[in-house]
Design a protein around this ligand. Structure first.
Ligand SMILES: [Zn+2]
Length: 332
């Protein structure tokens, strides 16, 4: 045995080996966790279903994930948590979460107390942006914007090499910039005309239901069975089969996304825009109209080079990788 193994026992990591953190990604249906190296590699995973509307249950489930990962892989230095919703930074108090129940007060403090590990709690799209900027599609970029386009539009900003959160952690919610104040499209946040209201999977489903009602013999209506049952996934399937109506609906969503991207470029001048979330799998259908929308509405088009728009590379792992590796950074 080496001296190091003699000192620490077999299976312990050698001095100079990578530092490890646990990343936890809290979703509406499952809580996923992973042990992640400081090179952004997931070396172990654990997952439990999200408990219903019980705040204590959410915390207990998170702690179960963390403890079973720690038992299998000792030597973890920190815990990072990514949570959907409005997350106060750095306190990690969840001000609003549409799909999860959390205990009152600072989730960061509760996890630290129960695990004895330094912990951060951040918005899920913020940690995903960090992961894509350090290990994914925006590798090495200090100025990037992530739009996570799924049921909603999550967003994360990495500016000057750091996650940008604003004064209290509530900043960077790019999915809820108003792009269509007069159009009346309802948003999950309670406002109308947000980017999310016109350029998300939910918006795509709504456009699809309208199209199916207008054309009950069309492919979208046929695939869904009834106009009311059309979802974004149905529209995607119809588009994949070459249905021109479905392709046009993707162009509509893509154009709105591009209009949002124009504002992102005008405000932040990023090196790259990354599209993640469920609709990233339809990136090929969205890219051209998105670029066209961005070119049309960006400030100073003639005087600037527009950044590339690329698909996210880490997929559903971005949350775990980003939360864990952010937790290894120096913290406030
Ligand atoms: Zn909104």
């Amino acid at each position: 045995v080496s001296g190091d193994e003699a000192a620490h026992g077999p299976g312990r990591r050698r001095a100079g080996a990578s530092r490890l953190a646990i990343g936890v990604d809290i979703g509406g249906t499952k809580i996923g966790g992973g042990v992640v190296t400081d090179a952004g590699e997931i070396v172990d995973r654990e997952q439990v279903p999200t408990p219903g509307s019980d705040p204590a249950g959410t915390l207990d489930a998170m702690l179960r994930v963390i403890e079973s990962l720690r038992t299998r892989t000792p030597g973890v230095a920190a815990v990072g948590v990514g949570a959907a919703g409005l997350v106060e930074w750095p306190e990690g108090r969840i001000r609003f979460a549409p799909h999860n129940a959390y205990p009152q007060g600072s989730l960061r403090r509760l996890v630290t107390e129960r695990t004895g590990l330094p912990t951060i709690v951040d918005n899920d799209a913020n940690v995903a942006a960090w992961a894509e900027a350090r290990y994914g599609a925006a590798l090495g970029s200090d100025h990037m914007v992530l739009l996570a386009v799924g049921t909603g539009v999550g967003a994360g900003l990495v500016l000057d090499g750091r996650v940008y959160r604003g004064a209290t952690g509530l900043g960077g919610e790019f999915g809820h910039i108003t792009v269509d104040a007069e159009g009346g499209a309802p948003c999950g946040c309670g406002n109308a005309g947000c980017l999310e209201a016109v350029a998300s999977g939910s918006a795509l489903g709504r456009y699809g239901r309208d199209a199916a009602a207008a054309d009950p013999e069309g492919l979208i209506a046929k695939l869904a069975g009834e106009p009311d049952r059309v979802t974004g996934v149905v529209v995607y399937e119809a588009a994949r089969q070459g249905d021109p109506t479905a392709v046009a609906l993707f162009e509509r969503v893509g154009r709105w996304l591009g209009i949002g991207m124009a504002t992102a470029v005008t405000l932040f001048d990023p090196q790259v825009l990354v599209v993640g979330g469920g609709l990233a799998s339809a990136f090929g259908l969205l890219l051209r109209p998105a670029r066209a929308g961005m070119e049309e509405f960006v400030f100073g088009r003639r005087f600037r080079t527009l950044p590339p728009v690329v698909a996210a590379r880490l997929g559903p792992d971005a949350g775990v990788v980003g939360a864990a590796t952010l937790a290894l950074e120096p913290q406030p």
